[in-house]
Design a protein around this ligand. Structure first.
Ligand code: SF4
Ligand code: SF4
Length: 457
């Protein structure tokens, strides 16, 4: 059976050869709405690392210093729990939106769609013209005009890729770091390598890979079959109304005039009339295109529309269903978890944990020593001078080299700590230590330590 009839991927031909799409653009109601959202998201993405809040970027993943700046809050390496809650919130949020509105993420917010549909395709149309003109240009001989247009197009793609990559790297190096790296590439070899890598990947995506990212690479598309059900909204062709397709004048023909306009504007090249497909990214271009045709032939719009499978079969859509409640429940759990942990978050936090190695060491003078690691997290905006002392037992002692120490604002530091006392006379060798860790003002934290030594039978 020929591949076309075998319902193969629209962009992959015989022997796996890539079929290049010459997608047309339709400036309809949905595209206008999507354009507003896309440019807003693009604006936020570009600005976030350059906005200063309390001396730090609004968003920055400072990997070398193990810090994450998020809208005025600084999370340290020991704050992984908050990030876990935030991630949970985002993931369950996407599950909920998908269950309710189908692939809204892909069509409206995914960076791939935003970059490609709102920036790259308009630029391509501006430089090379409409689909048929582009196709003729590609098939035609290598003329001076072709060399000029292609060079201009790829240069513009490279500039856009470089601008986006600069912003992406700024999320990791911060505004000063990225400017330093751009003016002196050898000052930040990792950042420069990252910038070149991202620019290269984006350029490859814009110039050649395009819809293959959604069709072949993106795992989210694969999850659709488990995230969607018959009540989820998707882009649907009304088969009852549209079939049998044919000319407007044919007696008994449905509303679809088989103009194929919906296929021409589809960024993944699919024919939505074959039913809901994995390659559909929910961009709604086919809705705009078909509505335009329907208005021209004086038929009601909505032959292709957003609806649930149940609605397409004439039933009513059920918004509230078990999976929606489960996702809302999970979102509430992570939201409460995040709220509770954030409300308990302290500016200064200390942890004393047993160090790897023997549980205790007996020294020649009869003193027993436990080896620990002291971690001091300063999440505030000021430096703190930290001191450590033993409250109990009276013969106990703690030695932390370097203490009292200044821990800088937004820093987390680790120190070795040695807790010591003469061999305690307890049958199981265990005794309690109470360690007070304080700053130069009035902050203090008391930590209880289970001191281990040899059992005294
Ligand atoms: S755009 Fe509408 S009328 Fe034209 S082929 Fe597609 S569904 Fe049929
Ligand atoms: S089928 Fe329609 S909504 Fe889906 S990707 Fe193609 S144009 Fe966009």
């Amino acid at each position: 059976m020929p591949l076309e009839e075998n319902d193969s991927l629209a962009t992959i031909g015989d022997k796996g050869r890539r079929l290049w799409l010459y997608t047309d653009r339709v400036w309809g109601t949905w595209l206008k709405r999507r354009a507003v959202v896309s440019y807003l998201l693009f604006f936020i993405l570009l600005l976030a690392p350059w906005i200063d809040i309390n001396g730090d970027p609004a968003l920055m993943f400072d990997i070398p210093n193990r810090k994450f700046h998020m809208f005025g809050m600084t999370l340290l390496a020991s704050d992984g729990l908050y990030l876990l809650f935030v991630m949970g919130f985002v993931v369950f949020g996407i599950f909920l939106v998908t269950a309710l509105f189908g692939r809204a993420w892909c069509g409206w917010a995914c960076p791939q769609t935003v970059f490609l549909e709102s920036i790259i395709r308009p630029l391509e149309t501006l430089i090379e013209g409409k689909p048929r003109t582009r196709e003729k240009l590609d098939e035609g001989p290598l003329t001076a005009a072709k060399v000029w247009k292609k060079s201009l197009k790829y240069t513009v793609y490279l500039v856009v890729a470089g601008a986006i990559a600069t912003t992406v790297v700024a999320y990791f190096l911060g505004p000063d770091g990225i400017l330093e790296a751009q003016f002196d590439p050898f000052s930040h070899p990792a950042g420069t390598g990252f910038f070149i890598g991202i620019t290269g990947i984006l350029f490859f995506d814009f110039a050649w890979f395009r819809e293959q990212t959604c069709v072949v690479v993106c795992p989210y598309g694969r999850f659709q079959s488990v995230l969607l059900d018959a009540d989820s909204i998707s882009i649907n062709y009304d088969e009852k109304r549209g079939e049998p397709r044919g000319s407007k004048r044919t007696a008994g023909a449905g509303d679809c005039v088989d103009c194929k306009r919906c296929i021409q504007v589809c960024p993944t090249g699919i024919d939505i009339r074959k039913g809901v497909q994995m390659e559909c990214v929910g961009c709604m271009a086919c809705i705009d295109a078909c509505d335009e045709v329907m208005l021209k032939i004086d038929r009601p719009v909505g032959l292709i529309r957003m609806a649930s499978m149940k609605q397409m079969e004439g039933g009513a859509r059920r918004m509230l269903r078990p999976r929606v409640f489960v996702y809302i429940g999970l979102i509430c759990i992570v939201a409460v978890g995040l709220f509770v942990t954030l409300s308990k978050r302290k500016e200064l936090e200390f942890t004393l944990a047993r160090a790897p190695g023997p549980a205790y060491v007996e020294m020649a003078d009869g003193v027993v020593q436990n080896h620990a690691n002291l971690r001091i997290s300063n999440r505030g905006d000021h430096d703190h001078t930290i001191n450590v002392e033993v409250l109990e037992p009276v013969d106990g002692k703690i030695v932390v080299p370097g203490i009292p120490v200044i821990v800088k604002a937004g820093q987390e530091q680790r120190f070795p700590a040695f807790l010591m006392r003469p061999t305690p006379k307890t049958p199981d060798g265990k005794s309690k230590f109470r360690v007070r860790i304080s700053d130069e003002r009035d902050f203090e934290q008391i930590i209880e330590w289970n001191f281990l030594s040899k059992a005294q039978m």
